[in-house]
Design a protein around this ligand. Structure first.
Ligand code: SF4
Length: 430
């Protein structure tokens, strides 16, 4: 029989709610926010992401996304180089030309993001003015927004946060007499979104929207009657922007694993006055399926020691899932940025005494990791190869963002992302 994971309410006194955090500032090994374009361009199907950057940015985005030869891509880089420094006015004119040509060639584009980057030539450009100017020329057919995907920010998932935060001022105003509505915030794979939508509908939740939407024409309305549920833990700026529009965040752990998904759905159900009996009727079967699907991975992962380098900002919810549902031992949970408020429910569920670290000093963390000799290390691509060469088993943090991992039906797939590298290593050693 599969183990039953109790549905429980967290208290601020439990787990790591008040645990000390090692704070580090030093050299970082992370991708920049441009990386977010790779999953965002698939999500908003009539959007285009025009990176205003250098050749390095173009290389990053092409190699991360794969070169799309046969498809019409929905991202590109307008390369600004040193000669453009001579006159910024020319750069603005050039940018207007590039955008005009692009929109003539691609009449399907409804939402254009100008994405800033970190080369000094680009930082000097005022992309918000450029976006306002271009929006003036091309609206209402095309809305032009801007955000920064620069590597100067914390880490690559901030690209999604910056993108969604830039969308919030464009969201229509919700009718003040409207019934309270639920807004799920954070890019989810369509299949996951459909699964959540089915569960919410079965619970009787009428008005449920998602941000980002699949099409620019379907921007969800927002206002004081909006209750929003974060699907990703890295959306601090987006949450702040929604709160400024009067929306209220529903506090919850994140929907990773059977337990996380249950608590996340339950937080929404409680907010909308759904009876516990109805909630359980709707969710029990999927929850039980997820728990039994996790049993195989649990047998392989229980007792294994895991070390997280700070990379995706998913580390705390992942650590909670791996420790509570799969029996893994958390050696260190590093995260680029620890948002205490958004992670309060997660921290309360972590085993007391877990070593938490925020920020990065890669040398110090490597020293701690080598000393601990964990069974598996979750880290960025840049660290994975050297650590593998030293005999450690690694998991690329970025893969966890590209793969559908949220919700009941994906719980076992998420667990397998951790069993696979361990099995591969065992085969190599055997
Ligand atoms: S934005 Fe900065 S860190 Fe990112 S690819 Fe461009 S130059 Fe590199």
């Amino acid at each position: 029989m599969s183990p039953v994971i109790p549905i429980r309410t967290t208290t601020p006194e439990s787990g790591c709610a008040d645990a000390p955090v090692i704070r580090e500032r030093g050299q970082r090994e992370v991708f920049c926010g441009l990386t977010g374009i790779i999953w965002l361009h698939r999500k908003i199907q009539d959007a285009f992401f025009l990176v205003v950057g250098s050749r390095t940015c173009a290389h990053l985005i092409q190699s991360a996304a794969g070169v799309m030869i046969f498809a019409e891509p929905r991202f590109a880089t307008a390369i600004i180089d040193e000669r453009d420094l001579a006159g910024l006015a020319d750069v603005n004119v050039e940018l207007d030309h590039v955008v005009t040509r692009l929109l003539e060639r691609r009449p399907d584009i409804r939402l254009l993001f100008l994405v800033g980057s970190c080369p000094s030539e680009v930082i000097k450009l005022d992309l918000s003015r450029a976006a306002a100017r271009l929006s003036g020329s091309f609206s209402p057919k095309v809305r032009v927004l801007n955000y920064s995907g620069s590597g100067i920010e914390t880490t690559f998932t901030q690209g999604e946060d910056a993108c969604l935060a830039s969308l919030v001022p464009s969201l229509p105003q919700e009718d003040t007499n409207a019934e309270p509505s639920l807004l799920v915030v954070g890019a989810l794979a369509d299949v996951v979104e459909d699964q959540f939508m089915r569960l919410f509908t079965q619970m009787g939740l009428g008005s449920v929207r998602f941000l980002p939407p699949r099409h620019a024409s379907a921007l969800p309305a927002v206002g004081p009657n909006t209750r929003f549920l974060l699907a990703q833990p890295f959306l601090a700026d987006t949450a702040r922007a929604l709160e400024e529009r009067g929306a209220t965040r529903i506090a919850a752990p994140f929907p990773l694993g059977a337990e996380g998904t249950t608590l996340w759905l339950q937080a929404a159900a409680k907010t909308f006055g759904i009876e516990q009996r109805c909630f359980e009727q709707v969710t029990n079967a999927a929850r039980e399926r997820a728990i039994s699907a996790l049993a195989r991975s649990r047998a392989q992962l229980a007792g294994k020691r895991i070390f997280f380098f700070p990379d995706s900002q998913l580390e705390v919810p992942l650590a909670r899932f791996l420790s509570r549902e799969l029996g893994m031992i958390l050696v260190e949970v590093g995260t680029p940025y620890l948002h205490r408020q958004h992670l309060a429910e997660e921290l309360a569920l972590l085993p007391a005494g877990t070593t938490l670290s925020e920020g990065q000093h890669v040398e110090n963390q490597l020293d701690r990791c080598r000393a601990a000799q964990p069974d598996i290390v979750v880290c960025g691509l840049g660290l994975a190869n050297p650590l593998e060469a030293e005999g450690m088993t690694t998991k690329w943090a970025i893969e966890l963002v590209f793969t559908p991992i949220h919700g009941y039906d994906q719980a076992a797939d998420l667990a397998e992302l951790f069993t696979r590298p361990l099995i591969r290593r065992m085969k190599l050693v055997a």
